[in-house]
Design a binder for this molecule. Sequence first.
Ligand SMILES: Nc1nc(=O)c2c([nH]1)NC[C@@H]1CN(c3ccc(C(=O)N[C@@H](CCC(=O)O)C(=O)O)cc3)C=[N+]21
Length: 289
Amino acid sequence: MPAELLKGKPLADKIKAEVAKEVEELKAKGVAPSLVAVQVGENEASRVYTNAQRKNAEQCGIKYELQELPADTTQEQLLKHIAGLNADPNVTGIILQMPLPQHIDAKVCQWSIAYEKDVEGVTPTNMGLVTFGKPRLVPCTAMGAFELIKSTGVDLYGKEVVVVGHSDIVGKPAALLLLNSFGTTTICHIATGQRGMTESHVRRAEILVVAVGVPHLIKGEWIKEGAIVIDIGINPTKDGKILGDVETEAAAERAAWITPVPGGAGTATTAILMRNTVEAAKWQMEKRS
Ligand SMILES: Nc1nc(=O)c2c([nH]1)NC[C@@H]1CN(c3ccc(C(=O)N[C@@H](CCC(=O)O)C(=O)O)cc3)C=[N+]21
């Protein structure tokens, strides 16, 4: 039986409805959540995301501003800019768009964001809280993947979980969330692939999360019968299509659930960003009282 599609929109709509309600409540208490996205130079993938951010923020009643800095901004200037946002009580959430120009050390800049405004969960404090099983501001795509999995009703306890990709923003935090739910969690990465071992891990996965950025890396025939497959890849082709990291059509012959691309994990990501913006505003409110 072919897989059911695990679409991002129903989850995103549910999250945004809850967020909009919370924003109303916060505004009644005199707190207005506001998100600032900082973009250095131009990037097409980043543009797709910031457009989605603006639209989602509008839907939730969150104030939104995209601040575009020139591509030749120095690291020192960017750090100063972030320090200004950290100090501004009217800004409750900061997202530093990736990628940054080559001459800027992304980690240094991400880590300079005040942790209680870090709506992407990229600071050591927020990553540490995920590691300790006390998540507060969690990387949005990883959280979106986790919630899509939970929305199927699956019990993660003891399940064979395989995450392909070990990025700090998706693979690692997704694996930690799944581990903290007692999934038996394996992370595959570039070295796994170089040894030709990724296939054997994927073949036993009851829950599979793929965040690599290589179109159709994961073959349909590798998918375990009845698996849940979360495909986070967004790979544009020359003829204007978007491919995932998984052979979606072939994989759907075997999986129980599979995310479409587009319309799956990407859609959930932006809704989680809105929820994190509200969570960040609440955190700042707590720190003041
Ligand atoms: N600091 C940082 N964090 C990111 O998470 C980040 C980033 N920088 N830079 C750019 C990439 C790209 N990205 C997307 C997020 C959502 C969609 C999304 O909503 N996609 C929809 C389609 C939307 C459309 O086509 O208009 C979907 O996949 O269904 C796409 C791309 C996040 N990124």
